[in-house]
Design a protein around this ligand. Structure first.
Ligand SMILES: [Zn+2]
Length: 384
């Protein structure tokens, strides 16, 4: 692998406590890793020099929550919701039927298309969940396909109880035969802990079964109303509690005194016209916050971390700097990764060259395609 030097970086955000934010900086990449960071004038030479002409450079975005393995879309449901119908979670079954009926190639093409779309918008790591198969064979193939695109794959057989199934019998299937089939292709186990989906006891059973099989735990918690999800996440040492839209003071305390990351998914509130989570309360309490897209065909059909950053700043009172950290380092922590989300020496060389002089423009210029180039694992993965 050749070495690359990006030089003339107007503003370099490293998320590294020692390096901080640098002006007129350079980054040298060797063997896919960050090898050197400092002023351009001191940069060692490399085989491939890439002057960026004063552009800002930030770590690649880490999207730690996405549902990409599905077929069909739910544009009509979105239109109905925008016309005043409430979101209840029932639409998931529409996507399950379409996903089961689709061929492997159709599912693979969808994941590929969405991963590319995410990459073009600066996402260099994306977590991919199953959860639209809800049978042993369909969950297994969803994860097998997801694994072709990401090492961060999550078994979400416990997304909803399928039509006509008994909740206890289905939970037993998820914890048994389905987990056996899914585990070889998954790093994580997840459950939709919500009224109308899985209650506290069933959620705990699913997560404990996954943990016993060596998977890490994450959870869909407190999205549609208050509930036990966040408390369960912290009690089980889950890497992340996702959504966190309806939190009590004790939920916030629990998150802020644990290493469970609060992952906020403002695309879901945007697309369901719901109140946003209280990011300010979480940050002020000292909780680690991540931002992710929740990309899915029902409630957040976007792959854009740029949109999430803009919403977090405008609607959730995060500062632009906090939102950028949450979209990079926060996502890395939610995936318990130390090699991504920052540009310290030795980090995986995942970075985004912005068509802007400063990372402030990520929130300041919403809806604008600000990503000029993406380096992933030390290779130029995309360039406009
Ligand atoms: Zn989700």
């Amino acid at each position: 692998m050749i070495s690359i030097a990006l030089t003339g970086i107007g503003e370099l955000t490293t998320n590294d406590p020692e390096l901080g934010t640098l002006r007129d900086a350079a980054v040298v990449i060797d063997q896919g890793r960050v090898a050197w960071v400092g002023p351009t004038r001191n940069a060692p030479s490399a085989q491939f020099m890439l002057p960026v002409g004063g552009a800002a450079v930030v770590p690649g975005f880490v999207d730690s929550h996405a549902h990409l393995v599905f077929a069909g879309d739910r544009a009509a449901e979105f239109a109905a919701r925008m016309a005043g119908e409430p979101y209840t979670g029932g639409g998931i079954r529409t996507t399950v039927a379409a996903t089961r009926a689709a061929s492997d190639d159709v599912l693979r093409d969808t994941v590929l298309r969405l991963c590319r779309e995410a990459l073009w918008q600066g996402t260099t790591t994306i977590e991919i969940k199953s959860g639209y198969g809800l049978s042993v064979a369909d969950e297994e193939r969803s994860l097998r396909i997801a694994r072709e695109f990401s090492e961060e794959t999550t078994f979400l057989g416990a997304h909803v109880v399928p039509e006509g199934a008994d909740a206890d019998a289905y939970t037993a299937l998820v914890c048994g035969e389905m987990l056996d089939a899914a585990a070889p292709h998954a790093r994580w186990v997840d459950v939709f802990c919500e009224r109308g989906a899985f209650d506290a006891d069933r959620s705990e059973a699913v997560l404990r079964a996954g943990i016993a099989r060596g998977l890490g735990a994450r959870i869909h918690a407190n999205q549609l109303g208050p509930g036990p999800g966040v408390r369960l996440a912290v009690a089980l040492g889950a890497a992340s509690a996702d959504h966190c839209t309806h939190l009590s003071t004790s939920d916030i305390d629990a998150l802020s005194t644990s290493d469970t990351v609060a992952t906020l998914l403002p695309g879901a509130e945007f697309a369901t016209r719901s109140p946003y989570p209280d990011a300010r309360a979480l940050l002020d309490a000292g909780a680690t916050v991540a931002l992710a897209t929740d990309c899915n065909p029902g409630t957040s059909y976007t792959t854009s971390m740029l949109l999430c950053i803009a919403l977090a700043v405008r609607e959730m009172r995060m500062t632009p700097a906090e939102a950028l950290v949450a979209a990079t380092l926060g996502g890395a922590k939610a995936l318990r990764r130390t090699d991504i989300g920052h540009l310290g020496i030795g980090a995986r060389a995942d970075l985004v060259v912005l068509d802007a002089p400063s990372s402030l423009h990520l929130a300041y210029r919403p809806g604008v395609p600000l990503v000029k180039a993406v380096v992933r694992g030390g290779e130029l993965a995309w360039q406009r």
